[in-house]
Write a protein that binds this ligand. Structure first.
Ligand SMILES: C[S@@+](CC[C@H](N)C(=O)[O-])C[C@H]1O[C@@H](n2cnc3c(N)ncnc32)[C@H](O)[C@@H]1O
Length: 503
């Protein structure tokens, strides 16, 4: 992260430097004159770490700069860091420990970075801010933060639901000088969730983004998936290209293309290949779930223990309580394992012909609720808007295409390696629109046999037939194999994460 931040800042002053030239410089292999010219500029920069912790960024930065000066025989002022590297830490004990373990002497302040006064704008801010969820912040503190930051960021709407790291980023943006660069490691939830729209707007419209890296793992002992994001304090240049890094692979995308991202950013940037994203945008045979179905949530009793029973009691209805109760796609009265008692319950009984499993592990299933039984909010209910073709939809919604869309655009990081689509995302999910074609009757076993865990399920011949139909209809037969490889890869990754959480 330190090298990345230095690189992006130097690029602002030396726009023609290539990554290779920079790499030669930073590894000490450039000639002395080149080294000196970079160092003259680099040693003038002001650096900040807003949430120092054990001071790892400052330590790395100082070591890097002193080593480079040594390598290129460049005279740096003794105690350079006291004037050029500034760190904040709110916790006195953490700050004391940081000082004790540091062989350099940066300028360290004990206090709240968000309330700090800035003496000089800075050139580079590198941060691993605290990821304190808004629920844990006092309402007074939250209100003060909104009052402090809202007037200066009128393009976004701050709310009491903003996590603390959003304010660290806003404060950093205020503290940077023109062409100043920030490199932050933050949770990736902003890429998909409702409250993340604030950051998505900033990064789409207001500031030039430089790179986004998916760390793809849990960092810093916290169960949080993170991204490293670098940007510069200036309006996005036309045709600005952002480097997107995942698993040691890089691609570049235009900042303008962020405008047209309809589905979640994490899936669109990191999981979905560009060709597939283009298909999704342009293939006329695709519709969205919200275009075809009205989506409703299930029953919330408020006390399942009291209202659900394992056998029929007086004034109860047979119901579907959980995906665990379903073996096959088709579910009828004969499969019922739960009855919902109606006495004393103020809840609304919800019914729908197709039930979308909300939280998914290793088994994907959309239930065809043939007898229109009441269902619990472990599902979303789907009603075809035209009221027709429920059986055909049962095939389509259980096809591997739909699995792939869930794996690409669903939200992860839920613990246990599960994935889900909240309603806002679900209605945008692209599905094939061919309700007038009937699946051949010899495929009906697909709806009646048990649906297995994904590995076994992907080996099933009837599934393969259903998939072939669907890819053919989408005009994507030649891409079916590639899609299936991608699906396996995504499922394996998620499964291994589930395992590492349980280990
Ligand atoms: C996630 S840790 C980061 C530590 C370090 N930067 C690293 O990467 O290992 C966040 C640190 O921010 C500190 N912190 C929390 N709120 C703060 C605030 N308002 N101002 C300054 N520091 C704060 C915490 O005490 C904690 O040490």
């Amino acid at each position: 992260m330190v090298r990345e931040a230095i690189f992006w800042r130097l690029i602002q002053d030396f726009p023609n430097v290539s990554y290779n030239q920079y790499h030669t410089f930073i590894t000490g292999l450039a000639d002395r004159r080149t080294g000196e010219s970079f160092l003259t500029v680099l040693c003038e920069y002001q650096f900040q770490d807003p949430s120092a912790g054990d001071g790892i960024f400052m330590k790395t930065l100082c070591r890097e700069i002193y080593d480079l000066c040594n390598k290129y025989d460049y005279q740096i002022k003794r105690g350079w860091e006291a004037e050029h590297v500034h760190g904040w830490e709110i916790n006195r004990e953490i700050l004391e420990a940081c000082k004790r373990n540091m062989s350099f002497s940066p300028h360290l302040v004990q206090g709240d970075y968000l309330n700090s006064e800035l003496k000089k704008p800075v050139d580079v801010i590198i941060a691993n801010p605290p990821y304190v969820r808004q629920e844990y912040l006092s309402s007074d503190y939250k209100q003060k933060l909104i009052e402090q930051f809202q007037p200066e960021f009128s393009g976004i709407k701050l709310s009491v639901r903003c996590d603390l790291y959003i304010y660290f980023l806003l404060k950093a943006l205020k503290n940077l000088n023109k062409n100043g660069v920030f490199t932050f490691i933050i949770p990736n939830s902003w890429m998909d969730n409702l409250y993340g729209e604030i950051l998505r707007k900033l990064f789409r419209d207001e500031f030039q983004l430089l790179s986004i890296t998916d760390s793809g793992s849990r960092h810093f002992k916290q169960e949080v998936n993170t991204v490293i994001i670098s940007g510069v304090l200036k309006k996005p240049a036309k045709n600005n290209q952002i480097i997107v890094n995942l698993d040691q692979k890089s691609k570049s995308i235009s900042q303008e293309s962020l405008q047209s991202l309809d589905l979640g950013w994490h899936g669109s940037l990191f999981r979905c290949p560009a060709w597939l994203l283009k298909q999704i945008r342009e293939n006329k045979a695709l519709e969205t779930i919200g275009g075809v179905f009205s989506v409703c949530s299930g029953i919330i009793t408020g006390n399942n223990r009291a209202f659900y029973h394992q056998e029929k009691i007086k004034n109860s209805l047979p119901a579907i309580r959980s995906p665990k109760e379903t073996a096959s796609i088709k579910f009828t009265r004969t499969n019922v394992q739960s009855w919902i008692g109606l006495n004393g319950g103020g809840f609304k009984v919800k019914k729908a012909p197709l039930l979308w499993t909300d939280l998914r592990g290793g088994r994907h299933v959309v239930v065809w609720n043939q007898d229109n039984l009441p269902f619990e909010h472990t599902f979303y209910g789907l009603h075809p808007k035209d009221g027709r073709n429920v059986e055909t939809w049962a095939y389509i919604l259980n096809s591997s295409w739909v699995w792939l869309m869930v794996e690409l655009f669903g939200r992860r990081g839920l613990g246990g390696g599960a994935i889900r689509l909240v309603k806002n995302d679900l209605v945008k999910l692209p599905i094939p629109l061919f309700t007038n074609i009937k699946f051949p009757s010899n495929l009906s076993g697909f709806l009646e046999r048990p649906i297995y865990n994904w590995r076994t399920e992907l080996e099933q011949e009837d599934r393969n037939f259903v998939d072939q139909y669907i890819f053919k209809f989408l005009g994507m037969s030649t891409k079916q194999k590639e899609c299936m490889i991608l699906l396996r890869l995504l499922m394996e990754k998620r499964e291994s994460k589930a395992r590492s959480v349980h280990d």
